[in-house]
Design a binder for this molecule. Structure first.
Ligand code: 6LW
Length: 492
């Protein structure tokens, strides 16, 4: 069949994948959002279904003081001896830790920390031994891919941390993963940084400790010179063999909002690129070392399209997520309505406003929801981070209620339009394309256009950081807001 990239659209960065019990499992980074580390299952590497999150308890991940794009960085998932492991970094507390489960549909363990610095930790299991690697500095202060042996039961180091590879010369050597294939130890990593210069590079050795030989034809995968092409930033990947024996790299990448506008709003997404081993035991990725929009993969199945998102056909604890450390008392979530209790914490705060969100999955969508307000303000936000967000909302005034469009960019907060509404309820609508978000309010069936915001101002290139736009519902003020009739349809 022919599949299209990305295979998982929207803000799902830093994918890592493993194979277990006839299925593939993938995790992605989650930064300041809770629960942490979304977990997906697939039969074929193309269609991914979210089955939960790995970090579901506050004692597994401390997000209280986490800035936007801090917190949970790139995870790795591995399966060994009947047990799943997920290892990651809390970049705000500078801790590398792993959790495990024997039931992929169940809860994961409390965290076990490893005393090795750096980010992007990974695990490699062989003959009863566990190797832990990260992008950091070794016990002598040498920087690069650093490895130690650990006791997997306790996380204790059983060997010094040793730098095993310093990369092929690109900046930001990251996301190391070790594999043993056909007798070689392959070390795959990312270099160039997670922006337009991103790439995947390779080294190999005869032993787990090296010496690692850098591939002469690096990078094995990058879109940095691919034009014209809106898919950029390809890097940070994991190598995986499908059920037919073919190999692939599952990597992150992003899509520019337009060929000639170097902005991306949807965050870093998941791309699948076929790879082949050469006769001399190296790896060639894609047709020409780049990631394309579509490829053939063996199998007789159809690629899923995005469903319509409603309260009834989403699960608030799987599809939706919260900021930092949500107070469950502020949320009453059912298949008919989401009732939010606002606090004085606003969307501009590095805190936990009353906010529940889905990721924006494609550029073009129409989202509408009815909101009924009891004081304060509540509405829909296109949320990139506390500095960059647009919202259409209903708020109480001295004399009644009004609908507003507020644009927040770089510390400037501007109400573009305010329109009185007749009661304390209205329908709020957002229509988005690649370049604009357009906002409207409907009062007693009469729709009024409030204005628009340019998508580029919610992009990573403007906001910085590592996340993507979320479509959120929120409430502010000591209030109660009842949301009903939520519908978000993508035009894919
Ligand atoms: C991640 C690093 C990276 O830890 O971005 O693209 C960092 N790569 O590997 C945050 O996602």
């Amino acid at each position: 069949m022919k599949y299209n990239n990305p295979v998982l659209s929207g803000f799902y960065p830093d994918p890592s994948v493993c194979h277990a019990n006839g299925k593939f499992y993938m995790v992605c980074s989650s930064f300041q959002y809770f629960p942490g580390v979304p977990l997906f299952e697939s039969d074929n590497l193309v269609n991914w279904k979210q089955i939960g999150y790995v970090l579901t308890r506050t004692n597994q991940v401390a997000l209280e003081k986490v800035n936007s794009s801090g917190g949970v960085f790139a995870p790795t998932i591995r399966y060994n001896d009947g047990r799943f492991y997920m290892v990651t970094t809390n970049d705000t507390t500078h801790e590398n830790f792993y959790v495990y489960t024997d039931d992929i549909y169940g809860e994961w363990s409390d965290p076990i920390t490893v005393e090795q610095d750096g980010i992007d930790p990974s695990l490699y299991f062989e003959d009863g031994r566990t190797y832990f690697m990260s992008n950091g500095s070794d016990d002598e202060g040498k920087g690069g891919v650093v490895q130690c042996e650990i006791d997997i039961a306790t996380g204790k180091k059983l060997s010094p941390s040793k730098c095993i590879w310093q990369g092929s010369g690109g900046r930001f050597l990251e996301s190391p993963h070790l594999y043993k294939i056909n007798g070689y130890y392959y070390l795959m990593a990312a270099e160039g940084g997670t922006e337009y210069g991103h790439m995947i590079t390779l080294a190999r050795a005869d032993s787990v400790w090296g010496e690692f030989e850098t591939y002469a034809d690096n990078p094995i995968l990058t879109n940095r010179n691919k034009a014209p092409c809106i898919i950029q930033g390809i890097g940070h990947g994991d190598l995986i063999q499908d059920k037919n024996g073919d190999w692939h790299i599952l990597s992150l990448g992003f899509r520019q909002i337009h060929m000639w506008m170097t902005f991306h709003t949807l965050g870093r997404e998941v791309f699948l690129t076929p790879v082949k081993f050469t006769d001399d035991g190296w790896i060639k990725a894609g047709v020409d070392g780049t990631t394309d929009e579509s490829y053939e993969i063996k199998g007789d199945f159809v690629q899923n399209v995005l469903p319509d998102y409603t309260f009834a056909n989403t699960d608030p604890h799987i599809d939706w997520c919260f900021l930092r450390f949500p107070d469950p008392k502020n949320y009453e979530l059912s298949a008919d309505s989401y009732i939010l209790h606002g606090t004085d914490i606003t969307l501009d705060a590095v805190g936990s406003p009353t906010f529940i969100a889905l990721r924006q999955r494609e550029f073009c969508f129409e989202l509408s929801v009815d909101v009924q307000l009891d004081g304060g303000e509540a509405g829909v936000t296109m949320y990139m981070c506390e500095q960059e967000h647009f919202e259409v909302a209903l708020r109480q005034t001295d004399s009644g209620h009004e609908a507003i469009l507020r644009l927040n960019i770089g510390g400037v907060h501007h109400i573009e339009n305010a329109v009185p509404v007749s009661g304390n309820s209205a329908k709020l609508t957002v229509r988005a394309d690649n370049l604009f978000y357009k906002f409207s309010v409907s009062d007693c069936g009469k729709e009024t256009f409030l204005g628009m915001g340019q998508a580029k101002y919610l992009s990573t290139e403007v906001a910085g950081g590592f996340t993507g736009v979320m479509t959120g519902l929120y409430a502010v003020g000591e209030n109660t807001a009842k949301f009903t009739e939520f519908l978000c349809s993508y035009k894919n």
